[in-house]
Write a protein that binds this ligand. Structure first.
Ligand SMILES: [Zn+2]
Length: 484
């Protein structure tokens, strides 16, 4: 018995010693100073603007009905192994705006509503994670589907008290010294008084190559200058067309731009890329469900490009996907339809509500007289086909919107008009509401929500982003990972 026990002891001790050596060896180095091989080199931070859980759900439902199935088909990013949720309230309001939320994510400090990484009240105003990455020798890329000086991208390279000070925010683009900007153009590129050079001109004078074509890409990559790639098709707010309208309007997808950014930014030292799906938010603001679903799906295709990169460099890559806040408050299910939905009707959408609104604007400008019959014909051709049956009440609502839009006739107060149509085309909204109700969906606001948003992660250090976090924790978690 004794000898047997001894044999057992002797065989177990070397193993135990080895285990302890491994455990202590791992923890004995300074926790802030990870050994080089434990740090990721390549970080992708994807921000789906306005992408709450409901907006992810409608995208997965859309993928499913495309396969003629009921249920939810996984997006690439919802299949990531790490899931968490994130609070988004800002310094002075429970419901945040994109400026304050982007600032909190970028700088790790709560910011006031409407500001861009602006912390004059702090002794040591924090730098954005992108600026810190740059200081540490990383290449940095900032990509968005909306204006490059819009709130979310701006939070990573600029600081301003007012998110709408687009000119002065835009000036900070080249000053950041970042390597790649891509997607949307400059919003309001000219100074208020129009007496200064345009943002495009100034940026170009400061050694940035501005291009909207990939034709000479190889030469540009070889030269390794700073590149600002603007989508060849930009709409009136310097934004890229919605995915649902791209076939008609043209331009590149977010995925194509991300692919080129990776190609340009790849280097031995490392990179940090922030990619915003900016128009997920806009489609949610507009309560436009298929446009919304397809924006999330398009965003997912861009994430797929990062995932392909991760698969090449799994030990060196970290991908984080989150949102700055929820928008629109979509629900799958509504009062009228009770437990019934008919999501396959989402496939009947031809264009975004925004696109259809443009068609109505044209009609208003060019026709000599207006009719509801013609409006419904335009809706069928440019928005959704076949249209559902309109009840008597739906027709009364449409007539009211029609009178207001075409003839500025209304009995409604300004506040009632805002609640009913917000800033959107009243006729398009009146028709849209009938369609949405018929599908079995509902939206609860034209604006943002205070609800938590999801976080998904994969790759080196991704386990740090699971569970319940606040948006100010993302930056310090990345810093800790790098020992920065
Ligand atoms: Zn936002």
């Amino acid at each position: 018995m004794k000898s047997k026990f001894l044999i057992f002891r002797y065989s177990v001790i070397p193993g135990l010693v080895l285990l302890l050596a491994v455990v202590f060896g791992f923890y004995s180095c300074n926790p802030g100073e990870k050994s080089p091989e434990s740090k990721p080199k390549y970080i992708f931070l994807f921000i789906g603007d306005g992408m709450g859980f409901g907006n992810v759900s409608i995208a997965e439902a859309y993928l499913s009905i495309q396969d003629e199935k009921t249920g939810f088909k996984r997006l690439t990013f919802t299949g990531f192994p790490v899931h968490g949720d994130c609070t988004t309230d800002c310094a002075d309001n429970l419901i945040t705006d994109s400026g304050a939320a982007g600032s909190a994510i970028a700088c790790g400090e709560k910011a006031s509503f409407g500001t861009i990484s602006y912390y004059p009240h702090l002794d040591n105003p924090p730098l954005s994670i992108a600026k810190i990455a740059k200081q540490n020798g990383f290449k940095v890329g900032i990509i968005t589907t909306v204006g490059i000086n819009h709130a979310t991208p701006a939070a990573f390279y600029a600081s301003n008290k007012n998110r709408r000070d687009y000119y002065n925010i835009g000036l900070q683009l080249y000053e950041s010294g970042f390597d790649f900007f891509g997607g949307g153009g400059f919003l309001k590129p000219n100074d208020k008084n129009n007496d200064k050079k345009s943002l495009y001109e100034i940026t170009q004078e400061n050694d940035f190559v501005i291009t909207n074509s990939f034709d000479n890409w190889k030469t540009l990559v070889k030269d390794k200058k700073g590149i600002y790639f603007t989508n060849p098709v930009l709409l009136d707010e310097a934004d890229m067309p919605y995915a649902i309208d791209r076939k008609k309007l043209g331009g590149f997808s977010l995925a194509e731009i991300v692919e080129k950014a990776i190609d340009f930014l790849y280097n031995e030292k490392g990179f940090f890329i922030m990619i915003e799906g900016g128009k997920i938010d806009w489609a949610a603001h507009e309560n436009d469900p298929a446009t919304l679903a397809l924006e999330v799906i398009d965003f997912d295709l861009a994430i797929k490009k990062a995932l392909e990169f991760y698969q090449k460099y799994p030990d060196q890559t970290l991908i984080i996907v989150t949102s700055d806040h929820d928008t629109g408050g979509i629900s799958i299910g509504n009062y009228e339809k009770e437990y019934q939905t008919n999501l396959s009707l989402l496939l009947n959408y031809k264009h975004s509500l925004k696109y259809f609104s443009g068609v109505l604007d044209n009609y208003k400008e060019n026709a000599t007289d207006y009719s509801i019959k013609e409006v419904l014909k335009l809706a069928d051709e440019n928005f959704y086909s076949p249209l559902p049956n309109f009840t008597k009440n739906d027709m009364i609502e449409l007539k009211s919107a029609f009178d207001y839009y075409f003839f500025a006739r209304t009995n409604l107060t300004e506040e009632e008009l805002r609640i009913k149509y917000d800033e959107y085309n009243p006729v398009a909204v009146a028709i849209s509401k009938v369609i949405i109700r018929n599908i079995g969906l509902n939206f609860t606001t034209w604006n943002h929500l205070a609800d938590k948003v999801p976080v998904y992660a994969i790759g080196k250090g991704s386990e740090n982003f699971g569970g319940a976090i606040d948006n100010t924790e993302i930056k310090p978690k990345i810093l800790k990972l790098f020992g920065w």
